[in-house]
Design a protein around this ligand. Structure first.
Ligand SMILES: Nc1ncnc2c1ncn2[C@@H]1O[C@H](COP(=O)(O)OP(=O)(O)O)[C@@H](O)[C@H]1O
Ligand SMILES: [Mg+2]
Length: 456
């Protein structure tokens, strides 16, 4: 695996011989090196550019190395610091490590020693950066895919099989069906499960920042780029990247993404060095990507690159028999989270849960259950209204379309209301899309939604 984390190094030492020797040797190893003999010079160099590593002498003519060490470690995207010290002051070097220095070397040192330290810094730095994103993104809880219905069993089997390959996977499904959960399961069960897992939400990042988010940038490459920064692809090197909501990326970036998938290389924004990575790509979308290809919004070649293995996550209404299972497991999970004891749904509430259409799928169900857990009275079973579900009769209509065992005939109004509700569910709550399907104009649909009180 290629480690690109260490590129720019500063050497601060007033002993000219040591400084020059170190500088030359590091340059021979293709690092870019700046060097100086005092603190003043070091501060100047550090303010000019961003660096990955500083070799810092303990005693300098204009002060103590520890002063600079403090200044450096106080910054967020700070370079790592390795102290250099004479034999007599190893103790102060050790206390430097408590102040945030990464390591120290004792003079005189061999170049092999330096190489070992630089490698150690490189792998530590990489790990630190990856861990930072990993912790940010993984939100600590890892849930298994819950469900025993036929479509979910099939889904789990497919996930198991596909996980073991290193192929790209395109996960499709409506909002809230569990696409991200499927992606995480693919990663957890893959041969790369000990490697980084980096997620990028393409819908949440502005078009202008997306390229830098993907590929990183060099210092000064645009306003606000005050430090050099690695992109998500670099962080994911050797591991897996999840491109969430892939349909949202701009055309210009689609071309660059294709290049990473094909050639496994890219350049940082404002940089001219080509960086190589090996990354497994998972992508999700709630749109019909082929449709987007036909409309000219998404590159066809990119589509085929991503879609080596398609996995479709079914909407919750296609796995009715899992609804209660999910609801109860969310009930337990959120009761634990909110420290609520002995909590359950009433029988009527369970019926209401089962017969609701859940257009927002598992996410909507989970949110409703969490809200109910928070609102629940101690010792009283949860009723439908706490979940925001209306009386049973209205939700029964939603089902009546699917099952023919209704004894009563619904009124035209009820049928219309039911039909609109289903259309909205089908279109993920997107009114424009639903109006199109229903052959109504959006304003008419909006009025009907008001009339039937279908507002969320
Ligand atoms: N089968 C499932 N079992 C357990 N939890 C699920 C399941 N499907 C979805 N969830 C939960 O529902 C929420 C929404 O899932 P998510 O993967 O974010 O959906 P999507 O990415 O498709 O919008 C998450 O909290 C997820 O953990
Ligand atoms: Mg998602």
């Amino acid at each position: 695996m290629l480690l690109v984390a260490i590129e720019k190094i500063v050497v601060v030492d007033d002993e000219m011989m040591i400084r020059k020797a170190l500088e030359t040797q590091l340059r021979n190893k293709r690092y870019s090196v700046a060097s100086t003999g005092d603190l003043k010079g070091a501060r100047k160099i550090l303010s000019r550019d961003s660096f990955d590593l500083v070799f810092l002498d303990l005693r300098l003519p204009d002060g103590d190395g520890t002063d600079l060490l403090e200044e450096i470690t106080a910054k967020t995207e700070a370079p790592m610091v390795v102290m250099m010290t004479g034999y007599g002051s190893v103790e102060s070097a050790v206390s430097c490590m408590q102040m945030g220095a990464f390591d120290y070397v004792v003079k005189p040192f061999s170049f092999e020693q330096i190489e070992v330290v630089v490698d150690k810094v490189a792998s530590f730095d990489k790990m630190r950066r990856v861990t930072k994103y990993y912790v940010e993104e993984s939100d600590a809880r890892s849930t298994d895919i819950i469900g025993e219905s036929e479509p979910v069993i099939k889904l789990k089997n497919l996930v198991d099989k596909v996980a073991k390959t290193e192929a790209s996977v395109l996960i499709t499904g409506e909002n809230g069906t569990g696409k991200e959960l499927v992606a995480r399961e693919l990663y957890r069960n893959s041969l790369l499960s000990k490697q980084p897992y980096i997620r990028v939400n393409c819908a949440a990042i502005s078009e202008t920042l997306m390229e830098s988010e993907f590929f990183g940038h060099e210092k000064g490459s645009f306003t606000g780029a005050t430090e050099r920064r690695e992109g998500r692809f670099e962080l994911a090197d050797g591991g897996t990247i999840l491109l969430d909501e892939i349909s949202e990326i701009a055309p210009a970036l689609q071309a660059k993404l294709l290049r990473v998938l094909q050639e496994k290389e890219f350049e940082r924004v404002g940089g001219n060095k080509t960086i190589q990575v090996k990354v497994r790509v998972l992508a999700t979308t709630n749109r019909d990507l082929m449709d987007e290809v036909k409309k000219g919004n998404f590159r066809e070649d990119l589509y085929y690159r991503l879609n080596v293995f398609p996995i479709a996550v079914p909407p919750l209404r296609k796995r009715d028999s899992d609804i209660l299972l999910l609801a109860n497991s969310f009930l337990q999970r959120h009761a634990r989270k909110h420290a609520v004891e002995e909590i359950s749904f009433s029988k009527n509430c369970e019926k209401a849960i089962e017969s609701h259409a859940w257009p927002g799928n598992v996410r909507e169900l989970e949110n409703a259950v969490e809200r109910a857990v928070i609102l629940a009275e101690k010792g009283t079973p949860i009723e439908a209204d706490l979940l925001g579900l209306k009386s049973n009769s209205s939700s029964k209509i939603v089902k009546s379309e699917k099952s023919s065992d209704t004894k009563d005939i619904a009124s035209m109004e009820e049928v219309e209301k039911n039909h609109i509700q289903n259309a909205l569910a089908f279109c993920n709550g997107n009114r424009t899309h639903a109006a199109e399907k229903l052959g109504l104009n959006v304003r008419t649909l909006r009025n009907k939604i008001k009339q039937y009180d279908l507002e969320e």
